[in-house]
Ligand binder design. Structure first.
Ligand code: UD1
Ligand code: CA
Length: 455
């Protein structure tokens, strides 16, 4: 059965108090409407329609290169009118599933049930019982408990308003029925809008069965109208991410103090301490330990690595058994081979560091290639920038760089070479050489220190 997913995203969202269209605001670092699109993709929908209106250009641009069909709803005349804008591109013999760009966290399992109902020539409706149903469309059932209509809050009688089962807005139905009913909607109601919800009464009139199901979690059908609701859904989303990780064998010292904005995957026996933030695509191997307050984005961290507290890692690759931090900053293009140690207050950028090498304290290593088993002493700086150009530093296997060395790039230090502490190295050092480049120490005997003048 061919599925058309129609995502309504034309509303303004004025309660967000934002220059940005509401559906582009994020949950878990991803625009709400993208969550809905990703869910549609999980259903293998061959066609995904996005109805845009307010901020249409911004929404189109933000959604970029995806196989989406955009339909413009120039004027927001109601949800029925919005769906009608997408009808042209649908497959009449298939099923239409209506979703909302500001209801981001519906599970595909729930939607699959609705689509299965529609595949039996019925209308599948997602409803929910709310302690406070005010504002929502109410589900009206007959004596046989069958759904016969949806009445919007503003159009409802006192008795109807007492109903606590409400319309989530999400429904699935055979497209030929939708195409038949949409032109028959009228705007003769309290809001002067073409209500999609009026198709329910049409279905009931025509003897089309309506089957209402409920989501497993209320948050699945929660819409976002303001930043408080956004924050509430964000928390729920993060809790689910935490649960997913724990199910996959990750220990979280506090599942309520983890944030994942992107895709985090982890092997077995990973331990993540509190207040860590993962962004983009992050892959953790087996037995990785992440200390508290780490911020890790777009990184691959190999088996057995230990990232200590307050480290920031971005676009970096770490082979197995590396030891990083506390307070380390690995910037884009950092590649650590197995068993590398990068200690506290060390910054790296476009740096390849070979197996077993150590940069233990207070250093800047940028635009550099360091071999294996190199020891870089505390306070070493690669001077990679002359104000115009970036230049490379190369250090061979087994070299020893004394503390407080400035390596003025471009420069090479050979294999097994030794650089004395406090050196400013401006010329290459050959293999196995010792290079010392600092002011010579003079010791003067019995040096008379200046004394205070007596007036
Ligand atoms: C709608 C339902 C109501 C349901 C509620 C759930 C109708 C008539 N009512 O009411 O039964 O309980 O959602 O939240 O459908 N939109 C457009 N174009 C329009 C109008 C709306 O794209 O012309 C989009 C909005 O951006 C929004 C969604 O459709 O994402 C719902 O619109 P909204 O005006 O919020 O509908 P409600 O009055 O809340
Ligand atoms: Ca709404």
């Amino acid at each position: 059965m061919s599925l058309d997913v129609i995502i309504l995203a034309a509303g303004q969202g004025s309660r967000m108090k934002s220059k940005k269209p509401k559906v582009l605001h994020g949950i878990g670092g991803k625009p709400m409407v993208q969550h809905v699109i990703d869910c549609a993709l999980e259903l293998d929908a061959p066609r995904i329609h996005v109805v845009v209106g307010h901020g249409a250009d911004q929404v189109r641009e933000a959604l970029g290169n995806q196989a989406l069909k955009f339909a413009l709803q120039a004027e927001q005349l109601g949800t029925g009118h919005a769906v009608a804008q997408a009808l042209d591109g649908t497959e009449p013999s298939g099923i239409s599933l209506v979703l909302y760009g500001d209801v981001p966290l519906t599970r595909s399992e729930t939607l699959r049930q609705l689509v299965a109902i529609a595949a039996q020539d019925k209308l599948g409706l997602l409803t929910v019982k709310l302690a406070d149903p005010s504002g929502y469309g109410r589900i009206i059932r007959n004596d046989a408990d069958q759904v016969v209509a949806i009445v919007e809050h503003k159009d409802a009688s006192e008795a109807q308003r007492a109903v606590d089962e409400v319309n989530t807005g999400i429904l699935a139905l055979p497209t030929r029925l939708l195409a038949d009913w949409l032109p028959r909607l009228s705007s003769n109601n309290a809001q002067g809008e073409y209500y999609l919800t009026d198709v329910i009464a049409m279905a009931a009139d025509q003897g089309v069965l309506i089957e209402a199901i409920q989501p497993e979690h209320e948050q699945e059908v929660q819409g976002v109208n303001n930043r408080q609701q956004q924050a509430e859904l964000e928390r729920w989303y993060q809790l689910r991410e935490a649960q997913r990780l724990m199910h996959n064998g990750v220990t979280l010292l506090d599942p309520s103090r983890l944030d994942v904005r992107g895709n985090l995957s982890a092997g077995f026996d990973v331990v993540i301490d509190i207040n860590c933030l993962f962004e983009g695509k992050v892959t953790l191997g087996n037995d990785v330990t992440i200390g508290p307050n780490c911020h890790i984005s777009d990184a691959v961290i190999g088996d057995g690595c230990h990232i200590k507290a307050n480290s920031v890692i971005e676009q970096a690759t770490l082979q197995e058994g590396c030891d990083v931090g506390p307070f380390a900053r690995l910037r884009p293009g950092t590649e650590l081979a197995a068993g590398v140690k990068v200690g506290n207050f060390v910054e790296t950028k476009k740096a390849r560091i070979g197996e077993g090498s150590k940069v233990s304290h207070l250093s800047y290593i940028g635009d550099a290639t360091i071999g294996s088993d190199v020891n870089v002493g505390a306070g070493t700086i690669t001077c990679n920038y002359d104000g115009i150009n970036k230049s490379q530093t190369e250090i061979g296997d087994g070299a020893f760089i004394g503390s407080n060395t400035a390596l003025v790039a471009p420069v090479k230090v050979g294999m097994g070479a030794t650089v004395g502490a406090g050196s400013t190295i401006t010329r290459d050092v050959a293999d196995d050489q010792l290079s010392v480049a600092r002011g010579k120490q003079r010791n003067l005997d019995n040096w008379p220190r200046p004394t205070k003048r007596q007036d």
